[in-house]
Design a protein. Structure first.
Length: 224
């Protein structure tokens, strides 16, 4: 009874948990240069991008991240004595199939796998992790074949920037016109005022002339 009374007294607000739809997910492509970067820090950065944890719409059971293209994987660096002591292990699933490869040999033959293995260990070890790994593309050198995907969407940005620049140019071009128009109006006003000033004394002169020089008919009437 006490529990029911308390439940009636407390009016709890109901909030719905937002869950994004597949149509609302927008994935872009990002380019990362691994030249001179530390392996662990770079791998953690790539893992957060792949999972989409840097976005406010992050959902842990969905693919919310972006595609990642890594170049210059052969120039990655490690700290401490990892370059001499670090080894990679695998098993062929056959008897006596245990294999190990040193970091130096891996960096010489397959430098891409160094970053791939580091990122794979930071992702979920399930089907979602396998799908996220398909979005990672690592290349040993500076060349990569995803230039079209990386530049997708830049056209809209360039158009927006161009429209802003054009609008600024139009405003700048229109402003001197307004200044010219204002100067023209001021000049015309000054000319009109000067003309008026010139015309005023003429009227006074004409009036004085009329007073000084009376007509002949009036002079004859006065004489008679």
């Amino acid at each position: 009874m006490i529990f029911l009374l308390r439940k009636k007294e407390i009016n709890m607000a109901k909030f719905k948990t937002y869950s994004p739809k597949l149509s609302e997910i927008n994935s872009s492509w990002r380019l990362i240069d691994a030249d001179g970067k530390t392996l662990g820090r770079l791998a953690s950065e790539i893992a957060t991008i792949l999972r989409g944890k840097d976005k406010p719409t992050f959902t842990r059971h969905m693919i919310m991240g972006d595609f990642v293209v890594v170049i210059n994987a052969e120039k990655i660096r490690v700290t401490g004595q990892k370059a001499e002591k670090k080894k990679y292990y695998r098993h062929t699933q056959y008897p006596s199939g245990f294999r190990q490869v040193s970091y130096q040999l891996m960096s010489e033959k397959f430098p891409e796998r160094i970053i791939e293995f580091a990122v794979k260990g930071m992702l979920p070890h399930n089907a979602l992790g396998h799908q996220l790994m398909r979005r990672l593309h690592v290349y040993a050198g500076p060349n990569q074949p995803h230039e079209a995907q990386l530049r997708a969407g830049e056209g809209k940005k360039l158009r927006a920037d161009n429209t802003e620049e054009e609008s600024k140019d139009v405003i700048e071009k229109a402003s001197p016109r307004k200044q010219r128009a204002s100067t023209k109006t001021t000049d015309s006003v000054e000319v009109v005022n000067s003309e008026k000033d010139d015309q005023k004394p003429d009227k006074k002169v004409k009036s004085t002339v009329k007073k000084k020089a009376p007509s002949k008919a009036r002079a004859g009437k006065k004489d008679s």
